[in-house]
Design a protein around this ligand. Sequence first.
Ligand code: SF4
Length: 274
Amino acid sequence: MFDGVAAPAMLVKENGQMPGLSSKPQPLLTARRYPGIRPLKQKLRPVQREVTDLPKQHFDVERLIRQIRTAVKPFRKAALFELYDDGFTSTFEQLAACIISIRTLDEVTVPTARKLFAVARTPAAVARLSVAQIDARIRQCAFHAAKAKTIRNLAREAVAKFGGKLPCDSAALMQCPGVGPKCANLALGITCGLGGIGVDIHVHRVTNRWGYVETRSPEETMAALEAKLPRKYWVEINKLLVRFGKHICTGKQPRCSTCPVLSMCRQIGVTSHR
Ligand code: SF4
């Protein structure tokens, strides 16, 4: 170890000893003894602390939501919110778009839903299409054949049971064939400001990593969040965490070192990160 000077690299063996020097303690090398050797600006590199070792602050969900709102601003909105902003504001449109979005990227969901809505936007109009015609419109999404059937059945049900207008009632929506709690909650949250929390894989993963919930499935997460998350965030949590989970708290190698909520997040289950 040299104190205050950088030794020429060629003089230093891998074990750090100088060639030709005994292992007896040697006088420290100085710039005076080795003219031309520059003093080091910094004697020792500071020890890099793992971000997972940093002390954690009290978990304040209000502050956390504010920080995440800012962090996700540069990223594209989640598919259903983008479609809503584009004017597809009925519960039926949101529900049909949610069915299209299952196991499908947002980048595919948005144009696929638009393609269907270009020919039929209401339950009555969709009910008049055949399954094959719907399938031809949504062919880009995953499981399009099964989804075409589900969307046609949903449209027929909406016409037969509700006169062509789906009600703001999650129990009623979930009685429709192919409609689960995630889509019912999302559609009702966005269009009626009602319903439970729409929990997809991003909301499930991120809230568990925070340590805010401790659950094994999106269904359990929905129940746990509804028991503790203030109601005013029930719709927004999905809107925020889909983007947050896609770009910051990613499935593999989350970006913890630059994450705005690192000081509060318990990083549960995170074994490696960026
Ligand atoms: S990126 Fe890391 S610090 Fe941020 S929420 Fe995810 S696990 Fe927590």
